[in-house]
Ligand binder design. Structure first.
Ligand code: IPD
Ligand code: CA
Ligand code: CA
Length: 270
């Protein structure tokens, strides 16, 4: 089977598993802090996906949030970047508004992206240079929007952080309004489908954005770090996502002038 079809079927099957497993008692454990939670389902889904890939493609590299390949820093060959459940707090509290995110890269270049909104049964997917889809419907190229007429995705917790909050506040003040959905992968595909115009966040891991980024690029959107550099698939980063026009606008007027301060802050968020 073709790699793209294999990955698509795998993501859909993993989603089926989540819908089955979520009705059993959840085991919830805190990771870095009491609000950074993981469940037995997150772990089981990652194991399921990794086992299937390893059985079919033993030479592929796999980076997964729940413990796979965290030492990997070479992008040579085929690299899968997986978040088994993006939006775990939504999964625990709401049993909805979470996604499986999978990005596949060949020698560091985007090959395919999948973001599966499990409870709505919507698969956003894209193969590089072949366009992006919401289920079977092709996604159109993104229009250009201006910040003052836009909806920006941002987790409001960031506005409470002393220095980063000061950098982000003027962006939100200028925008029409802000929204937070609690799943970076969904927020990125919401930019790719035009529900949001931009998404701004000071710290994400590659598994949060790898799948969404490829879908976004296929509709002409842009994703970089706050310094305008390409997003890494092996290291965490600040993240600015948008249609091409608003990305340029936010970067040039709000972030680039503060590049020095941002360099220092990036170190602090490491
Ligand atoms: C989180 C979600 C959330 C974002 C966090 C991520 P997780 O991923 O994407 O929206 O604000 O930074 O860590 O932990 O639910 O996979
Ligand atoms: Ca995540
Ligand atoms: Ca996760």
């Amino acid at each position: 089977m073709h790699l793209y079809d294999f990955a698509k079927n795998l993501v859909l099957e993993a989603g089926n598993n989540i819908r089955k497993w979520m009705h059993e008692d959840l085991e919830i454990v805190a990771k870095s802090n009491p609000n950074d939670l993981v469940t037995n389902v997150d772990k089981a889904v990652e194991t399921f996906i990794v086992n299937q890939i390893e059985a079919q493609y033993p030479n592929h590299k796999i980076i997964g949030e729940e413990g796979h390949g965290h030492h990997i820093d070479s992008t040579e060959g085929i690299v899968w970047v997986i978040d088994p459940i993006d939006g775990t707090l939504n999964f625990i509290h709401q049993r909805q508004n979470f996604a499986i995110s999978v990005g596949i890269f060949k020698d560091g270049k985007p090959y395919a992206g999948f973001v599966y909104d499990v409870m709505r049964d919507i698969l956003y997917h894209a193969k590089s240079s072949h366009g992006a889809y919401k289920n079977e419907t092709p996604l159109p190229l993104l229009p250009s929007t201006q910040l003052k007429e836009s909806i920006v995705g941002l987790n409001p917790n960031w506005l409470t952080k002393p220095k980063m909050g000061e950098i982000l506040q003027p962006i939100i003040q200028e925008a029409r309004t802000a929204r937070a959905y609690g799943s970076a992968a969904l927020e990125i595909v919401y930019v790719a489908t035009g529900l949001l115009d931009a998404y701004v966040t000071p710290r994400l891991h590659p598994w949060d954005y790898a799948g969404g980024l490829i879908i976004l690029q296929e509709v002409g959107g842009k994703g970089t770090n706050f310094l305008g550099e390409p997003l890494s698939i092996t290291h965490h980063s600040t993240v600015l996502i948008g249609n091409a026009a608003i990305h340029e606008d936010i970067f040039m007027r709000h972030l680039q002038p503060k590049a020095q301060e941002l360099q220092t802050l990036q170190q602090r968020f490491k």
